[in-house]
Design a protein around this ligand. Sequence first.
Ligand SMILES: *[C@@H]1O[C@H](CO)[C@@H](O)[C@H](O)[C@H]1NC(C)=O
Length: 335
Amino acid sequence: MAFPTNIRMLFLCVMFTTILSNCLVPSVAELRRFEQATTKADGSLSFLVVGDWGRRGGYNQTEVAHQMGIVGEKLDVDFVISTGDNFYDAGLTGVDDPAFDESFTDIYTAPSLQKQWYNVLGNHDYRGDALAQLSPILKKLDSRWLCWKSFIVNAEIVDFFFLDTTPFVDKYFNNPKGEVYDWRGVLPRDHYLSNLLKDFDLALKESNAKWKIVVGHHTIKSAGNHGNTDELIVHVLPILKANYVDLYINGHDHCLEHISSSDSPIQFLTSGGGSKAWRGDVDWWPNPEEMKFYYDGQGFMSVQITPSRVDISFHDIFGNVLHKWGTSKQLYSST
Ligand SMILES: *[C@@H]1O[C@H](CO)[C@@H](O)[C@H](O)[C@H]1NC(C)=O
C-alpha cells in the first residue's frame, strides 16, 4: 500500500524529530558554567557557607540566619553557598511547595544575604521532587536561587566546582528502609557517574584560576555521625589531589568541622550546622594532627579569598568565631 507523498513526509518528519530529541536529552552530566562578578579591584571575594538547613526556621535555623546576616554585612559578602539538604525532610514536593518560602525566602531576610545563592542537592532533596529545585520557576519566586546538580562558577581568582554527590552513595540505591529517591536524569547510574567524573576532572584540569574549591553535599572526611563517604574517597578524592584542589566544602554531617590532610594541601570543611545539629555525636579521629576543629552545634562558615590568601572562620549562633584558619600562596606572574 502506497501512502501519498505528504503523509510519507510527515512520517519521516516525526521520526527525525524523535531521533533528534532523544539525542538532545541530557542523559549525562552537563557542567553548566556561571560567572561570578567581583566588585573589588584585585578580584578578592568573600562568601558564606551554610548546609542542612530547611526546617521552616526551626532548630535554630532562624538564629543561624540572623548571624549570617550580621557576618555577611561585616564581610560585605558577594554570595552564599548552600551545601545541600535544602529542604527537610524530603526536599520540595514541587515548584509550588510553600516550604520554598517558609524555609528559604522568609528566613534569610537580612540585606547582606540578598545576593546570589549557589545551591547543590543533598540526599534529603533527592527524596522529593529533585528537579523542582532546578526549575527556573524558583528563580522567578526568589531571584537569589540558583541550583543545579553539578556546575561551575568562575570568578577571577577562584573557580568553584559544585559536584552532585548523592548518586555516588551505594546505600541510597539499595536501601532497606525503602526510601524513595528521585533519580530522574541520573539513571543509568554507571553512565551518569562516569560521565560526571570525566567532565569534572576535565574542568579541573582546564582551570587556571589561582584557587580551586570543590563543593558537594557529602563528606569526604568527617568524624561526625555519617563519617567518611567511602565512595567519594575512592572516586573523587584522587581527582581532587591530582588537580591541586585547595578546599573541599560539604555538609551532610550536622556540625562544623575542619580536617586537614597529612598527604596533600586539601582542607576538608564541613558546614552542615544550618538547623538541627547532632549534639555530642562525634567519633574518634585516627589522626589527631589532621583534626583541627569540631563543633556539634549550629552555625556556618565564612570565607575570604584574595589573590594570595584564603581565610576561613566558623561562627556560632551567638556571634562567636569558633575557629579560624588561613593559608597563603605566592603571587605568580602570568607573563
Ligand atoms: C539552639 O541553640 C542553643 C545554643 O547553642 C542550644 O542550647 C539549643 O539546644 C538549640 N536548640 C535546638 C532546638 O537545637
